[in-house]
Design a protein around this ligand. Sequence first.
Ligand code: FCB
Length: 420
Amino acid sequence: METIATPSQPGNPRKFPESFLWGTATATTQIEGHIQNEWTDFVATDGGTCRIACDSYHRYSEDIDWMGRLGVNSYRFGIEWSRLQHAPFAPLNRNELERYIDQIDRLRAAGIKPMLVLHHFSNPHWVNAVGGWTNSKTIAAFLDYVRKLVKALEGRIELWNTFNEPDTYACLAYLLGGFPPCNKWKLHRFRKVIGHMARAHQQASRIIRTESVGGERAQVGIAKNWTFFHAYKRFSPWDRLTAAACHYTFNKFVLDAFMGESRRHASTFIGLNYYGRVRFHHFSAMIPASGAPVKRLKDFGFVCDDMVERYPEGLGEILTYLQRKFRLPIYITEHGAASEDETFRERDLLNNLGALQRAIAQGVDVRGFYYWSLLDNFEWQFGYSKKFGLLSVDFKDPRLPRKMKPLGEAYSKICRANAL
Ligand code: FCB
């Protein structure tokens, strides 16, 4: 499949580049169910657990049919490490591997190009038992897994995402306490996790590019979450300081660790997860995800989904910055909005895609866009209360029926037309 995007057709500014990838994204723990990792016993704020989730472990072929109906030509999803290795350096579990291979083959047969995520906020129990990614020994165990997986997948995968949002993972697990092991303010551990993951990324990238069959075509990158941090009042020194500290820790430090100097050549693309902005007022993060009511934020003039402030104008800014700094192709590996208001979500999507289109017209090399998410799913510490899906899932019905939402219809038209 051709992946190099060419600039949008002259005379048709609403068109996206030819061979642009239109996709949707998910993560194993959020949709599969029947998983044994640190999330299995975790109870979210709404009382939900990931034990069944969307049961995509069994229903993946139905989910692929839904993707066909959506008209996407790519799917970003994970393989769950804890299913494949029951101990460090163990051989890969044959049955589990075959299930994933079947999933990948069905995707490819449906004309849907897989983008594989190797680490998305979860680890096998035996990794957590030794301190997870705070322990440098995890690097070797992960690389052994990657090497075996790369070999087992035999050139089926061209797009590889090593780590999803290492910044979010390390922050929530070791600073804010929202993800297991729920540590708070362990800055030293946060930094260690980032350092170890960055080393693992560099070495995994080498393995993927040199050891995968057809490896010369393999493309590798992380998915970096980019949040803008601003002070609500421009002249409030303390809020400015808080915003600057967050920017330094979660954006700059993490990007430097993964892509700076010696690691500059470890990535062949940049995955960007973009949701929006966090503004601070009297040291508080003014976003629904931190508990600020959407209604109150509206009174401040903020436009938010059920998670963060929307900031489509920031998308062009960050794309231009990344392009100038790294000169690598970019995939928007996640963007989405959580809300029960589908009109709001459609407006948000169009605003962000408009910003994306302008950035491409100005020369930024963006090759794909993945909507978060295919399905309403288990949104980590918030459980099932955040509705990000293009499809809804009726979690009250044991058959977990999926249904197309209005946003799914709207997205489908964009994917099929390759245009806004
Ligand atoms: C991203 C995560 C993804 C999902 C979305 C809403 O930070 O990568 O798993 O939680 O946010």
